[in-house]
Design a binder for this molecule. Structure first.
Ligand code: UTP
Length: 416
C-alpha cells in the first residue's frame, strides 16, 4: 500500500470503517485515486453519529405547533392586481430564475432513467423535462425575457440528464448561458451494523442527500454567484415531478416583494383532513412544515371560524426564495432524516449483492427544515387543479401516478 492509502487507513481505523479498503489492491489506478478522495472528503464523524441516531427521529414532541397565516390567491380581490403588477415588473427586469430539483432516485415510480425523462403518456409524448421547459418558455415570452433555468441532478443521473437535454437541443435553452446543471451532495449509505457500504464499482456507496441539499449545492457549485452576476434576486425552486408546476408567478413574487419576506411558498388545501401530506405551520413561532405523522387527529380536523382547516395548507414543493435567503440557508447544516432502503453492494469477498428487501440506511435533508431559519414567510394558497399534478408512484398505486397526472394536465390545458 502506498503512503496515501496508509493515511486513509489511519482515518478509517479511527472510525471503525477499515473494511472500505478491503478491495483497494484490486482496483485500477483511477478507482484507487477516487476511493482515497472519497475517504478524505467524507465526514465520518457525522456518518457515525447519524448511524447512532437511526432509531431515533429528531425529538419534536416538545415543539409548540401553531397555525400559520396564509393568503388565498383567489380571494385577494383588488390586491391581486396590485401584487401581480409588482411581480410582473420584477420578472420583466430579469430578476427571476427557476431551479428544478431532479436529483431524486424516483424509486416509487420505478422508471429506468432520470425522472425528468419520463413520458407521462400525453399524445405529444413529451417528457416531464419538456413540459417544464414549455412552461418556462411560454411564461418568459409573456414578459419578453428568458427565465434562467438551473437543474439539480445527482452524481448518479447527471450524465443521463445532460445527454437527454443534448438530444433535445436543450429545449431551446442555451447550455451555460440560460440553462445550468449542477450536481447535488451525497452521503454514504450504512448497513445495520453502522458499516459504510462498498458499491459495485469498489468505491464508497453514496446516495443523494435529499432535496434539503439544494441550498448548499446551489452555493457550493457557484450557482448563486452566477445568479447574482445575472442580476437575479428571486429563485423559484420546485420538483421535477409536478407537471403542472407554475414556476413563474407574478402574484407570488409580488407578495414576497411587497411584504418584504425572503421566502414565499405555495400551498394547496388538503384533499381531506387526513390526507397524508405535510402542511405549513409555525413551529416554536417560526415557519415550518409539519408531517402528517406528527399531527394529532384533533389538530388535523380543527377548523377556524370560517370552517377552513387550521392545518390544511399542504406543502407542494413550490417555493420562492431570495438569493440572500438561499445563501443563508446554504451556510447552516440541516438535520438529516433516515430512510431504510434497498442498496446493491459489494460484500467482503468481492461479490455483488442485490438485496430483495431494505438493507441500508440513507440520510436525507428536507428542504422545508430550512424554513425555520427565516422569521417570516408568505404562504399563498393556489388551486390544486391548476398547479399540482405530481408523478410519484407507478400507475398500480392509483394516486399521484402518471395516469392521474396526465388527466389533470389534459384537463387544465383542454387537451381532450
Ligand atoms: P421525492 O421526495 O418525491 O423523491 O422528491 P423522488 O426521488 O422523486 O422519489 P422516491 O421517493 O425515490 O420515489 C421530490 C423532488 O425532490 C427531488 C426529486 O427529484 C423530486 O423532484 N429530489 C429528491 C432531489 O432533487 N434530490 C434528492 O435527494 C431527493
Amino acid at each position: 500500500m502506498d503512503r496515501k492509502a496508509e493515511e486513509a487507513k489511519a482515518i478509517l481505523k479511527k472510525y471503525g470503517q477499515e473494511h472500505l479498503l478491503n478491495h483497494y489492491d484490486s482496483l485500477d489506478e483511477k478507482h484507487k485515486k477516487e476511493l482515497l478522495e472519497q475517504i478524505n472528503e467524507i465526514n465520518f464523524e457525522l456518518i457515525n453519529s447519524l448511524y447512532k441516531n437511526t432509531d431515533k427521529e429528531p425529538k419534536k414532541q416538545e415543539d409548540e405547533i401553531t397555525p400559520i397565516d396564509y393568503l388565498d390567491k383567489y380571494k385577494l380581490n383588488d390586491m391581486y392586481k396590485y401584487y401581480e403588477n409588482i411581480g410582473k415588473k420584477a420578472i420583466k427586469e430579469g430578476k427571476l430564475a427557476a431551479v428544478t430539483m431532479a436529483g431524486g432516485q424516483g424509486t416509487r415510480l420505478g422508471h429506468n432513467g432520470p425522472k425528468g425523462t419520463f413520458d407521462i403518456g400525453l399524445d405529444s409524448h413529451k417528457s416531464l423535462f419538456e413540459l417544464l421547459a414549455d412552461n418556462l418558455k411560454e411564461e418568459g415570452n409573456k414578459y419578453g425575457v428568458t427565465i434562467p433555468w438551473f437543474i439539480m441532478t445527482s452524481r448518479e443521473n447527471n450524465k443521463a440528464t445532460i445527454e437527454f437535454f443534448e438530444k433535445h437541443k436543450f429545449f431551446g435553452y442555451q447550455n451555460n448561458k440560460n440553462i445550468f446543471f449542477f450536481i447535488q451532495g451525497e452521503l454514504p449509505m450504512v448497513d445495520t451494523e453502522g458499516k459504510i457500504l462498498i458499491g459495485e464499482d469498489g468505491l464508497i456507496k453514496q446516495a443523494a442527500d435529499g432535496h434539503g441539499g439544494i441550498y448548499e449545492s446551489l452555493v457550493k457549485n457557484g450557482m448563486t454567484k452566477i445568479m447574482r452576476h445575472m442580476g437575479i434576486e428571486w429563485v423559484f425552486i420546485g420538483g421535477v415531478d409536478n407537471c403542472l408546476v407554475k414556476m413563474v408567478d407574478p402574484v407570488l413574487m409580488g407578495i414576497a416583494i411587497d411584504r418584504n419576506v425572503t421566502v414565499a411558498c405555495k400551498s394547496v388545501v388538503k384533499a381531506n383532513p387526513h390526507e397524508k401530506v405535510g402542511v405549513f405551520c409555525k413551529r416554536n413561532g417560526k415557519p415550518n412544515v409539519i408531517e402528517y405523522s406528527e399531527i394529532t387527529e384533533d389538530m388535523a380536523e380543527a377548523t377556524d371560524e370560517n370552517g377552513e382547516l387550521l392545518y390544511g395548507e399542504s406543502h407542494i414543493l413550490c417555493n420562492l426564495f431570495s438569493v440572500d435567503a438561499i445563501e443563508r440557508m446554504g451556510a447552516n447544516p440541516l438535520p438529516y432524516h433516515v430512510a431504510y432502503k434497498k442498496a446493491t453492494y459489494m460484500d467482503k469477498d468481492g461479490n455483488i449483492v442485490v438485496p430483495d428487501s431494505p438493507n441500508a440506511y440513507k440520510f436525507e435533508a428536507f428542504l422545508f427544515d430550512a424554513f425555520g431559519s427565516v422569521d417570516d414567510m408568505a404562504v399563498l394558497r393556489v388551486k390544486r387543479e391548476e398547479e399540482f399534478a405530481p408523478v410519484k408512484n407507478a400507475d398500480s398505486a392509483g394516486v399521484d401516478c402518471p395516469k392521474t397526472a396526465r388527466e389533470l394536465y389534459k384537463k387544465y390545458y383542454h387537451l381532450d
